[in-house]
Design a protein around this ligand. Structure first.
Ligand SMILES: [Zn+2]
Length: 308
């Protein structure tokens, strides 16, 4: 599967799609989704006997989904192919959480000293991150995505990486890299989380590195807290007030948009991931901690080769 699908067919398909869909900054796939939902509703109300139409169009879509991308879900996830034995060892998690907390403090200070007026962050992320092979788009339905609790999504039909532009700025760069990882063919959420982190962390701009560290801290803190709440809290207390403030900006944002549909959406996505071989469903995002631990050199670097 790696050889024939992920490295050959998928690459060829996505290359040809990129020629068309990378031309514009407009998420073209959103027009497709919109017209599809619209036509479903239209046919449903016009003629209730059109069940065959609905069923067959859904089957066609499923078919295209797997040809376009879905088969990537059955690749061996990184945490399995990198190592069979990544144990969550408390000492290691603690060391890494502390290291990331120091990075957060350091980078936040650096960003503040460089701050210049009120620039448009969305544009600046485009300028910093986007390149020929790293094209992404801001969604037209960002408000809806916020209500659904979604930071970004990958469109497998058009091979577009779409990002919710309404989420707090600190979350945007790492989300961009997460969706770009899907676009490269990494379907598993933990893989996309890790590659998203890794690429953002190694970007030359402090703002982008901060987004990565901030993102990793949340996962590490969560896992450390389960093993040793005192130590996790101590590390959290060592964050400077501006970093802590960023954490409250993020939680207030999600609080503002929280609603009962989010839970339904999460359950549907969980089921979707599970039917696609992602055993842990929505919790597979958390596996990223294993990848962080495995690639951390114990001092200050993460060592990983994407083309491996
Ligand atoms: Zn994802």
């Amino acid at each position: 599967m790696e050889t024939y699908y992920s490295n050959l067919l998928y690459k060829k398909l996505s290359f040809s799609k990129n020629i068309i869909f990378d031309l514009s900054d407009f998420p073209i796939g959103e027009i497709l989704y919109f017209s599809f939902i619209f036509s479903l509703i239209y046919f449903f109300f016009r003629d209730t006997k059109s069940i065959t139409y609905t069923v067959s169009s859904i089957l066609i879509i499923i078919y295209f989904f797997y040809i376009s991308w879905g088969v990537n879900y059955f690749r061996i996830p990184l945490h399995k192919s990198i190592s069979q034995e990544v144990y969550l060892n408390e000492k290691k998690i603690e060391t890494l959480t502390r290291f990331i907390s120091i990075q957060c403090n350091k980078l936040k200070k650096e960003i503040n000293t460089k701050k210049t007026g009120n620039k448009n962050n969305l544009n600046s992320y485009k300028n910093i991150i986007e390149s020929k092979n790293k094209k992404f788009k801001y969604s037209n339905f960002s408000i809806i995505l916020s209500y659904l609790g979604i930071k970004g999504y990958y469109n497998p039909f058009t091979n577009e990486a779409n990002v919710n532009s309404e989420i707090p700025d600190i979350l945007i760069p790492v989300t961009i890299y997460h969706e770009l990882a899907h676009k490269q063919g990494f379907a598993s959420e933990s893989d996309a989380n890790f590659i998203g982190f890794f690429n953002a962390y190694n970007n030359h701009e402090a703002e982008i590195q901060y987004s990565a560290s901030f993102f990793a801290f949340r996962y590490l803190y969560h896992d450390l807290y389960k093993m040793n709440p005192n130590s996790a809290e101590n590390i959290y207390e060592s964050l400077n007030s501006e970093v802590k403030n960023d954490f409250s900006i993020v939680s207030n944002f999600w609080l503002y948009y929280s609603n009962r549909f989010q839970k339904i959406q999460k359950n549907i996505f969980d089921l979707f991931l599970k039917t696609n071989g992602q055993k842990k469903g929505i919790n597979s995002y958390d596996e990223v901690v294993k990848l962080l631990l495995f690639t951390f050199d114990g001092k200050n670097k993460f060592i990983f080769d994407e083309n491996n």
